[in-house]
Design a protein around this ligand. Structure first.
Ligand code: SAH
Length: 218
């Protein structure tokens, strides 16, 4: 476990059960399951829901946003095919839970949040530890051109269409995982940027995320 934090045997047991249940639902990548088993979701939860940390549900966090459902975190992470040392751009830090999973898998993470309050809150959770992590308060639609290209890009908020600026920041041979669509629901898309710069799109089914919104909010 990369987090040096308070855990309890009860939470550890609940995490094991959670991992069993998402494995049954189709998450098969052992490295992803292992990261979920090792990551203390309870430190990323709103204090009113801490006792529900290991239920396989999304829960409200500040600013009207939500911490993703563990199954969804597993699903997106599995599609990213993370390798240790991968340089990953995450759009939508939110609670920081997905960020922690990527770090646990050995990635170098660049994460962006547009809500200042959430940015500060997540930043405080990672402070004091030597993580391979850079956090940014900016608009994810712009990405981080100065740090590009990225091995992979993960959107944890729904965009109406695949943001071209982010495709530009993906390396050839890289992968982007993004929920694409509107309020009625989205499709989980895997976008593989081929060596000739063109993209291959694969649809991985229906999901529901909060929307990706342009601009920042203080
Ligand atoms: N992975 C996070 C998901 C949080 S919800 C978790 O499990 O906690 C999605 C987040 O995306 C929200 O915090 C929202 O503020 C953020 N977001 C929406 N549009 C954004 C944008 N344009 N740039 C950066 N972050 C954005």
């Amino acid at each position: 476990m990369i987090f040096n934090t308070l855990d309890s045997p009860d939470f550890a047991k609940q995490r094991k059960e959670l991992v069993k249940s998402i494995e049954k639902r189709g998450i098969s990548d052992k490295k992803v399951l292992d990261a979920i088993r090792k990551t203390p979701r309870h430190i990323f939860m709103d204090k009113y829901f801490v006792d529900k940390s290991y239920q396989d549900h999304a829960f409200p966090i500040n600013c009207g946003q939500s911490i993703s459902q563990p199954f969804t975190v597993g699903f997106q992470t599995q599609l990213l095919s993370v390798l240790p040392g991968d340089k990953i751009l995450e759009v939508g830090t939110g609670s920081g839970y997905q960020t922690a999973i990527l770090l646990e898998m050995g990635a170098k993470v660049y994460t962006i949040e547009r809500q200042y309050e959430l940015y500060l809150q997540a930043k405080s959770l990672f402070e004091g530890n030597k993580f391979n992590l850079k956090m940014f308060f900016t608009d994810g639609y712009k990405g981080l051109p100065e740090y590009s290209p990225f091995d992979s890009i993960l959107l944890t908020a729904a965009a109406p269409t695949v943001p071209q600026e982010l495709i530009n920041q993906l390396k050839c041979g890289g992968r982007m995982v993004a929920p694409i669509g509107g309020k009625q629901g989205q499709r989980m898309m895997l976008i593989e940027k081929l060596d000739n710069g063109s993209c291959k799109y694969t649809d991985y089914g229906a999901f529901m995320f909060v929307p990706m919104v342009s601009g920042t909010k203080k």
